[in-house]
Design a protein around this ligand. Structure first.
Ligand code: PDD
Length: 287
């Protein structure tokens, strides 16, 4: 089956799906994106992802390409045409195509919308979680507006490549005060001795992850305490458990940070329980 991609109003075969060379996404990384999990034929936390997409667009004064209702139709159609039951859907909106100029183009330049989808075998993520992942710490090198989910991801690319070269799955950015901000493509969490979940406040230095937000709902439903505060690398190295959250990894335990083994090198039981229960609280709708 050939893959089908949505580009600016058309559903086209993957190989023919193109945007203009002067698209501002290509020229300036002038755009934003979202990734939603698709699980057992349902789209997970779509409303929260669309709300964040609209916020990102607003923060950058990019015109929304269409209404949320229309976007939901496109998302479903791309998933259906690609027969995705488990996997992810990717949405990207850029400021559109215009002659290269740093200042915004005329307001009548239409934004570019691309929607792609792919199947992912859910057992892969599950076996990764059951093994646990390694992370490496890297100095924070990003701009201050990481609360906007922009496609400008070069520091994340370099950090995650550094992680890969060190045999790790994720890189944790560390700010000037020695506090972990977040992962290259995930939020960072630790668990204290008294089983309190600790994660950095979303007010600065991180993306307000949708998985993170839904985990707050889950914690509340199960009477678990969350402390929203920064934590240092040293605290993480001595934590009972550590884990990451994102739409593609859900909750995935961390069993090594740099060369230090966490929780005896096996996935934390609390992280695994949260992973198991996650979809019982996450909103979802059928494709
Ligand atoms: N990344 N922080 C960063 C820097 C991210 O890129 C992501 C998601 C998250 C977690 O957000 P959420 O829970 O909404 O997925 C946090 C996606 C999955 C990606 O870039 O592929």
């Amino acid at each position: 089956m050939s893959r089908i991609v949505y580009v600016n109003g058309r559903y086209v075969p993957y190989a023919q799906a193109t945007v203009h060379v002067e698209d501002r996404g290509f020229q300036f990384a002038d755009g934003v994106y979202e990734v939603c999990e698709v699980r057992t034929g349902r789209i997970v936390d779509e409303e929260r992802h669309l709300a964040r997409l609209n916020r990102s667009l607003r923060e950058l004064s990019i015109t929304p390409p269409m209404s949320d209702a229309a976007l939901r139709v496109v998302i479903s159609e791309v998933l259906r045409r690609n027969m995705v039951r488990d996997g992810a859907v990717y949405l990207q909106v850029t400021r559109g195509t215009a002659r290269r100029d740093f200042v915004f183009p005329d307001p009548d330049v239409a934004p570019t919308l691309v929607v792609t989808a792919r199947s992912v075998d859910p057992s892969k993520g599950q076996s990764t979680a059951e093994q646990g992942i390694a992370v490496v710490t890297v100095p924070e090198s990003r701009w201050t507006r990481v609360d906007i989910k922009t496609i400008g991801l070069l520091p994340n690319v370099l950090a995650k490549m550094q992680a890969k070269e060190a045999g790790a799955r994720e890189a944790w950015f560390v700010d000037r005060d020695g506090h972990v901000t977040e992962g290259g493509s995930s939020n960072a969490w630790i668990v204290s001795e008294s089983n309190v979940l600790i994660t950095r406040p979303a007010e600065s230095g991180i993306l307000r992850g949708i998985t993170r937000t839904t985990l707050f709902d889950l914690a509340q439903a199960h009477g678990l305490k969350i402390e929203e505060r920064g934590f240092t690398v040293d605290e993480a190295l001595n934590a009972r458990e550590a884990f990451i959250t994102s739409a593609t990894t859900i909750v995935t335990p961390v069993v090594r940070i740099n060369s230090t083994v966490i929780g005896g090198g096996t996935p934390g039981p609390l992280a695994m329980r949260l992973r198991e229960k996650f979809h019982s609280v996450a909103a979802s709708r059928p494709i």
